[in-house]
Design a protein around this ligand. Structure first.
Ligand SMILES: *Cc1c(COP(=O)(O)O)cnc(C)c1O
Length: 411
């Protein structure tokens, strides 16, 4: 792969312009590392905790301690961190089924949730008795974001005054939508407003947001995937839920079974990478943020629309770039793939992924399959052909990936 002189000059210009941003990301990473290290120290993490359990997994100190560490760092009463949560979608689904009962209402206040939840909720239910929330008699409603991408707090409060809602659902990150990502401050404001008028659970899809700010949002439940931010690029699979003791207990009954909850569930050989990943996560997230800001700078200067802009505040690790053309989107993904440590020789093609409504093209030359804290890009094959880019275990490799992607697009 050759990077033209013009692109190399642009990269040098970008790094000068981004110096203050990069310092800021490092500062956030330092603060978050301090919080993680304090929790490790207070919980007396020791080598024996990494051994893992088998069978029922009773008295697994490594598992129970990691749960407390997540709870502490995310400022919650309790947490569940499990390799048996196979993905973000499975984790969110487990949380929702844990809290909702027949006749209850689930109210999304950030518009339509992430595509893979359509089937979990039953938004696309074809009435085939498949066990979706809808199939279990749970009513789904949504309030869209305002035109400028904010939560419509007045409308949420009015709705909660008029009807009983069990779960108020927030998606923090933009996902595959072209809207701003919510800040922790904005979500905290909603949390306070909800608690003033109702006893609904506030449930946050926290995917891609962890460690981007120096605290996580207030909520009854926050949930995410360990092959994104909090796994630090080390956890090989898994998900977490953190929140109030009551909500997490209910969810633990869905995760395993009523009566067993979080007291069993063996960890096999997964604990060390989850601990190590959580330790690395603040740093890894900073690498991803630097890569995203760098990508925004390069592509803005090449004339593309980006969200966020290179000098905007960032609230998740996702960078959207409007490629405006299917061939350019594919070229972008080919460049990212070519700049990956694994499968660099592979050519990505669009395909119909389970759970997604449009064909999606993905670039992911990752050590862990599908890990989007690692350098990866994906985009649905529809107007305006947005490349959603995220990750980069190291800024150096992320920067190379972006420059390869730019080279492919320019050719
Ligand atoms: C990734 C993601 C999910 C789903 O996670 P999977 O691991 O892909 O199932 C849900 N919501 C958001 C905002 C995400 O970014």
């Amino acid at each position: 792969m050759v990077i033209s002189d013009k692109l190399q000059a642009l990269a040098a210009e970008a790094e000068v312009a981004l110096r203050e941003k990069f310092d800021y990301f490092d500062k956030i990473s330092f603060e978050n590392t301090k919080r993680v290290l304090n929790a490790f120290s207070e919980e007396r993490v020791a080598e024996a905790m990494f051994a893992g359990s088998c069978g029922y997994g009773y008295d697994d100190r490594g598992r129970d301690t990691l749960d407390r560490i997540y709870a502490k760092v995310f400022n919650k009463e309790a947490a569940l961190v499990r390799h048996t949560l196979i993905s973000g979608t499975h984790t969110l689904s487990t949380g929702l089924f844990g809290l909702l009962r027949p006749g209850d209402t689930l109210l999304s206040v950030t518009g339509k949730p992430y595509d893979t939840l359509d089937e979990v909720i039953g938004i696309k239910d074809d009435g085939n008795n498949n066990g979706s929330l809808k199939d279990f008699g749970i009513i789904y409603k949504q309030i869209d974001l305002t035109a400028d991408g904010k939560i419509d707090i007045n409308k949420v409060v009015e709705t909660l005054k008029q009807e009983t809602v069990k779960v108020v659902y927030i998606q923090r990150s933009k996902g595959y939508l072209d809207r701003p990502t919510l800040s922790v401050a904005e979500m905290n404001e909603l949390y306070r407003a909800v608690k003033e008028v109702s006893d609904s659970y506030v449930f946050i899809d926290n995917c891609y947001g962890e460690f981007v700010e120096t605290s996580e949002p207030d909520a009854d439940v926050i949930a995410g995937s360990l092959i994104k931010n909090p796994g630090g690029g080390m956890a090989e699979t898994g998900g977490y839920l953190a929140g109030s003791a009551k909500a997490i207990e209910l969810i633990s009954y869905r995760l395993t079974s009523v009566g067993i909850g979080s007291e069993a569930g063996c960890t096999l050989n997964t604990l060390k990478s989850m601990y190590k990943g959580f330790f690395y996560a603040p740093h890894t997230v900073a690498q991803a943020l630097k890569t995203a800001a760098f990508a925004a700078y390069i592509f803005e200067k090449l004339g593309f629309y980006t969200n966020p802009k290179w000098n905007d505040d960032r609230y998740d690790i996702i960078q959207a770039i409007h490629m405006m053309d299917g061939d350019k989107l594919c070229a972008f993904c080919r460049g990212i793939q070519a700049g990956s440590p694994v499968d660099a020789f592979v050519t990505p093609e669009p395909w119909d992924m389970p759970g997604y409504s449009d064909a999606v093209i993905m670039a992911a030359g990752t050590f862990t399959q599908g890990a989007s804290i690692e350098l990866s890009a994906d985009g649905p094959m529809k107007e305006p052909y947005i490349a959603y880019f995220q990750g980069g275990l190291t800024y150096e490799s992320g920067k190379l990936g972006i420059l390869y992607a730019a080279s492919q697009v320019l050719n």
